[in-house]
Design a protein around this ligand. Sequence first.
Ligand code: FW2
Length: 293
Amino acid sequence: MQVVVPIITPFTKDGKVDINALKDHVKRLLELGVDVIFLNGTTGLGPALSKEEKKETLKAVYDVTHKVIFQVGGLNLYDVFELVEYSKEFDILGVASYSPYYFQRLPEKWLVNYFNDIISKSEQDFFLYNYPAATGYDISAKVVGKIHGLKGLKDTTQDLAHTLEYKIVNPNLIVYNGSDSLIYYSLSSLDGTVASFANHSPHIISAMRKLIKEGKREEALKVQMLINMLLDAIRKYGQLSATYYMVEIMLGYKVGYPRPPIYPLTDDEVKMLKSEVEPLKRKLEDIISGIYG
Ligand code: FW2
């Protein structure tokens, strides 16, 4: 029942990775119950980071924890290999990659080759990141069967049956779902959740996990419903950017800025987001204080 956070990459106002903000954020999230840091994922703006920035984030986070999965995917396979090589210097949980994206109609065997090539260069455990809505390609359980040496997989789809299929085909695979609206189901029926939501509400996910462990299913589902309402509010402002501001709203500290093309919110947008979120936040806090007594 692991909670994995696809951590945001904090930037300074002039667009540099804010290393100190990143390290502090990692420390706080671990204290609040997060088990694993997924680096350079979608929420971390992975596709918008340079190879050097990806190295920088790994080095910084590794100073705080070794419980890291390092996302290396990209369209320049030589850069990807360089990151895989770089990862060998670190004793981490593994490397990960999304599939090649943007290009249409790639033959299935090229997708399989891409993952097999990365795995053959890596000394780390390998986690596949499937996000068909973003990449254009679904790496289904059938395709996964052609990839050799997978340790785990993160499936960002809204279809739990699709995610479960990986587990059915290969029960030894560590399988996570990456949708915030399915956190309850990921914790109760898979190996865990990779939740963007954990960037600002790790305490809420930890409380839900406690309820599940205690068999309090209805209460845990109530938390999921409130999470879904929060998500509706957040998504209106652009979830990738709003997540940065949600850290201050929910946890009370600033965590830097996103970087265009993921534009920072305006002051008015932050105010509106806050006023929409506050009533839900209060309801969640009431539930949490009831859980911990
Ligand atoms: C990541 C995740 C979560 C995303 C999801 C997209 O790397 O950011 O897939 O938040 O809506 O795993």
